[in-house]
Design a protein around this ligand. Structure first.
Ligand SMILES: Nc1ncnc2c1ncn2[C@@H]1O[C@H](COP(=O)(O)OP(=O)(O)O)[C@@H](O)[C@H]1O
Ligand SMILES: Cc1ncc(COP(=O)(O)O)c(C=O)c1O
Ligand SMILES: [Mg+2]
Length: 282
């Protein structure tokens, strides 16, 4: 399996491609990594250095890959943190080129906009670009609860609200939705839910809430979900596999008290998660 992964990169730590690429490789996937930004570290530190690339820079790399004649062998495109709307347009052009070469390829868009604690952390114009262009073009999306609220225009309080919000975004295009870090009125305080929706069916998975707050977990989640979905063609199965790996990764990170997720030290969790959780039809 070959995945074109177009997202941010950091030199130090693990968000964006620095979180997503290695788990996919560990699962035997060839990853063609194109970086939308190259920063010293993730923006959660409040300070960072580095550059945001631009649309032409992304298109140039995709053109070079196309010149190798390999686009027909591309099974999926994964996008995340975009940097600018101009980069977003280049990503959607790449998706169109891949689909023209391989109509079966899947586009998984992680609509990185913000989260509940921090609010919006991307540049102006990106939230609208995600909602109006990227999400409608995707086959799979992996918003967190904050992002799903924004994309659907529904303020999610209950599981029923979450299902309605998933259905609302599905109506705009994506067949499969994975909601991460979901906390509804039905979620116990010591727990965290994920909800997957496909074809009018929904699956929920609940794990303990770990006492840590890290960046990059969502990027690894989207990558793992895409790979497992591409292999199983089942949102429920992909949910179970991705969530177990991410939980194992974060449990190890919490135990170590690390500021960055332990993508390398906890790599066995991507292949053989130490703990699995029931996937419940809801
Ligand atoms: N404190 C936590 N305890 C347990 N699992 C967590 C925790 N934080 C994140 N996760 C897991 O990682 C997944 C993705 O992280 P999330 O924070 O939702 O992504 P993002 O960084 O995109 O907002 C969540 O759905 C959850 O399964
Ligand atoms: C450069 C960059 N990419 C991606 C992300 C997304 O990380 P997360 O998986 O926590 O949403 C962040 C968040 O801080 C970031 O700074
Ligand atoms: Mg995210």
């Amino acid at each position: 399996m070959n995945v074109l992964s177009i997202q941010s990169h950091v030199a130090y730590g693990h968000v964006g491609n620095a979180s997503a690429v290695f788990p996919m490789q560990r699962l035997g996937v060839e990853v063609w990594a194109v970086h939308t930004v190259q920063f010293s570290n993730h923006t959660g530190y409040g300070a960072w250095r580095g550059r945001v690339f631009d649309g032409p820079a992304i298109e140039e790399l995709v053109e070079g890959i196309a010149e190798r004649g390999v686009l027909p062998t591309c099974d999926g495109v994964l996008s995340g943190y975009m940097g600018s709307a101009d980069i977003g347009t280049a990503i959607l052009r790449a998706v169109a080129r891949v689909r023209a070469a391989n109509p079966a390829a899947l586009y998984c868009c992680d609509p990185v906009i913000g989260d509940v604690g921090r609010g919006v952390f991307v540049r102006p114009g990106i939230p609208e670009f995600m909602r109006d262009h990227a999400v409608p073009a995707a086959d799979l999306i992996t918003p967190n609860q904050f992002e799903l609220d924004y994309l659907s225009g529904i303020e999610i309080r209950t599981l029923a609200d979450a299902k309605a919000a998933v259905a609302a975004v599905q109506a705009s295009g994506p067949k499969v939705v994975l909601v991460t870090s979901l906390h509804t009125e039905e979620t116990p305080d010591d727990s965290i839910d994920m909800l997957a929706g496909e074809g009018g069916r929904f699956w929920r998975l609940r794990t303990p809430r770990l006492s840590l707050s890290v960046n990059g977990a969502g990027d690894a989640t989207a990558a793992l979900f895409l790979v497992h979905y591409a292999r199983s063609r089942s949102a429920g199965e992909a949910l179970g596999a991705a969530a177990a790996s991410v939980f194992g990764l974060l449990r190890r990170t919490a135990e170590a008290g690390a500021r960055e997720i332990l993508t390398v030290a906890a790599q066995d969790e991507f292949v053989a998660p130490s703990r699995t959780f029931p996937v419940e039809a809801v």
